[in-house]
Design a protein around this ligand. Structure first.
Ligand SMILES: [Fe+2]
Length: 189
């Protein structure tokens, strides 16, 4: 389940319908998809096969031609260099579409100066339209597994804004808050 925050307004949204509505107002698609198709150790091919219907529907919806599974963990070679490519504010000339199978990360979206952060986790589908100014970080455990869709893989090269805005936001993850957990956390953004 995702957590949507507007750090500048000290506002946190954790209900699915409110997150969907708030992101839709910003032009961002958010959906919850079932996670019961494959086990945590399934191969990339098994994940693609299990979600074939959703993958094809998304291709139709956005004109995407390919999909793959990205699997990142602390043992991934060149992990820090890879993350450094995406944790600076940038845009792409094609949509960034992700369905999170495992792990957690945070998309920061700069919507005309109003920054929203979307912490995504297993079962979350997020579609960020081309041209949206954003950056992405992994959570502390440096782990994410996601289905990605592409119109043209060359279009996914980051175009950096060099705004420096990303440096002003802490890439912290707190996970969704469940009843009784808020006090135990002791801290909230
Ligand atoms: Fe990006």
């Amino acid at each position: 389940m995702a957590v949507l925050r507007f750090p500048g307004e000290s506002r946190t949204i954790e209900s699915e319908i409110e997150i969907t509505t708030a992101l839709a107002a910003l032009g961002i698609d958010y959906e919850r998809w079932s996670l019961d198709r494959v086990g945590p150790d399934a191969s990339a091919d098994a994940v693609l096969a299990a979600y074939a219907a959703e993958i094809d529907a998304m291709k139709q919806r956005g004109g995407y031609v390919t999909a793959d599974v990205i699997d990142v963990n602390p043992q991934t070679p060149g992990l820090e260099a890879m993350l450094a490519r995406f944790d600076k504010e940038h845009t792409h000339s094609e949509d960034e579409v992700r369905f999170i199978v495992a792990g957690r990360g945070v998309f920061f979206l700069n919507m005309s100066g109003r920054v929203a952060s979307v912490e995504v986790g297993p079962g979350d589908m997020l579609r960020v339209p081309r041209g949206t100014t954003h950056w992405f970080t992994l959570c502390e455990d440096r782990r994410i597994r996601a289905i990605r869709w592409f119109q043209d893989t060359s279009g996914w090269t980051p175009q950096y804004t060099e705004s420096g805005l990303d440096a002003g936001y802490q890439p912290l993850c707190f996970g969704p808050t469940y009843p009784g957990m808020r006090a135990a956390h002791g801290f909230r953004l």
